[in-house]
Design a protein around this ligand. Structure first.
Ligand code: ADP
Ligand code: ZN
Length: 420
């Protein structure tokens, strides 16, 4: 499609979904009425800014199925996101929704070059979490062979990866970084023993340096893939071969960036919170859903020729950002620094404490011979200072001593400050 054609599709679908959501979801009708907005007020794509936001707590407050736009007997599948606090968020799909999700995941696999004949080892968690089944449906949509190993059991993952001649690895980037060292510890020589070709890594922020490391060790091509349970699951966007941002599937999602504090809509290219409007969701249509994810939107055409807008890799969440002594710190920035320094292991931990002042400590693994190397500590400290603008207490620890992320997402931040 040409961008103009895409915009026409978006507008037609936007008007339809707004009308549908208003008529079928009580909370949405109430919000529109309170704001004095009618579905008929949405005449252009820019009018999307008139639509009231939906936020994560709206889903929690309407637990489990208060935001359904359809009778419950039309539900085809239910998932729940782990949810960081309190009740999980339940997400519901009609048959049409599930087909749409599978198609978007299939497209995402296709963009990353996955084809029939590929063997996809799906190391995302199967179950309520949308990762496992989302990647499963995507592999099926392109006709690849799927091996549903799910998370954990690293020895078995590696054995099957070798014996089944896995060509596509799907897992969190932190787990793939973990496999870099785990495969060698288990006696594998990754490039000789495995035939991995493509990696689809997402569900948490990762850095360009992590990508380099993974690609060097396994000799594969790594693609960033983005999504969240509320928006079907993974497959909202993916990097094409250019890898200069993730294409957001524009026929199914309208993406905006807003200023997190004021809600003001930002120009393309400006960093802000991503906000999505789903354009054809039947069971749980979400309009202007605030993700808390920080990124930028690019509308210029991509060299690959696709019309779908792009977002920059996710910098982090506006709510996992650490404020240390008034300075914003993103864990991804620390990772960026550490991965650029020779002689460090892949694992690190960020610890924030407060006595009278906030202190940032960074523990990072290194080999036994460098554990007491003051020059290395000094180098890490000065690089962190340059990037973060604050001093960190750097501690070198033995390889293998920090907690690993064998299941799910890495927990690299330990915030020990008193709450409130
Ligand atoms: P939860 O993690 O809350 O249980 P999800 O699995 O739906 O639920 O997680 C969605 C979130 O994961 C996103 O809002 C985003 O913060 C993060 N995420 C997903 N994909 C990526 C990615 N490719 N890069 C960075 N962060 C991502
Ligand atoms: Zn592209």
């Amino acid at each position: 499609m040409k961008p103009k054609q895409l915009k026409a599709v978006q507008l037609r679908r936007l008007r339809k979904i707004v009308d549908y959501a208003y008529r079928n979801v009580a909370m949405i009708k109430k919000r529109f009425d309170e704001a004095g907005v009618k579905p008929s007020s949405i005449k252009t794509l820019d009018d999307v800014s008139k639509i009231p936001f939906t936020v994560k707590t709206d889903l929690r407050d309407n637990y489990p199925l208060g935001l359904l736009a359809i009778p419950q007997n039309r539900l085809y599948e239910l998932h729940a996101s782990s949810g960081t606090t309190g009740k999980p968020i339940v997400v519901a799909y009609t048959r049409g929704d599930l087909n749409c999700w599978g198609r978007l995941m299939g497209r995402s696999f296709d963009v990353a070059g996955v084809r029939k004949g590929d063997v996809v080892q799906n190391m995302y968690g199967y179950g309520l979490f949308t990762g496992g089944l989302g990647f499963h449906y995507g592999a099926k949509a392109v006709g690849a062979t799927v091996v549903p190993t799910s998370t954990g059991n690293t020895k078995r993952q590696l054995m099957l990866m070798k014996d089944l001649r896995t060509t596509v690895a799907a897992c969190t980037p932190s787990y793939m970084v973990y496999l870099c060292e785990a495969s060698r510890a288990e006696g594998y020589e990754p490039k000789r023993d495995f035939v991995l070709r493509v990696g689809l890594f997402g569900a948490e922020p990762w850095s360009e340096e992590a990508r380099k490391r993974i690609e060097e060790v396994f000799g594969l091509r790594a693609h960033d893939i983005y999504g969240m349970s509320e928006l079907y699951g993974p497959g909202v966007g993916v990097e094409c071969d250019q890898r200069n941002g993730l294409h957001i599937w524009g026929d199914e999602f309208l993406v905006e960036t807003i200023a997190p504090d004021t809600g003001e809509v930002l120009e393309p290219g400006k960093e802000g919170e991503l906000v999505f409007t789903m354009l054809s969701r039947e069971a749980m249509p979400l309009l202007r859903y605030r993700t808390r994810d920080l990124s930028r939107v690019f509308e210029e055409e991509c060299a690959c020729g696709r019309c779908h807008p792009r977002i920059q890799r996710i910098k982090g969440r506006s709510d996992d950002m650490l404020i240390v002594g008034g300075v914003n710190v993103f864990p991804s920035q620390v990772e960026h620094v550490l991965m650029n320094i020779q002689g460090l292991g892949d694992q690190y931990q960020i610890i924030v404490t407060r006595t009278d002042l906030d202190r940032l400590a960074v523990k990072v693994e290194t080999t036994a011979d460098r554990l007491n190397d003051p020059k290395l500590v000094k180098l890490i400290n000065s690089d962190l200072l340059a990037v973060l603008g604050i001093n960190a207490d750097v501690e070198l620890v033995e390889l293998g001593s920090l907690p690993r992320s064998e299941v799910g997402k890495a927990r690299r931040v330990v915030d020990l400050r008193p709450k409130g």
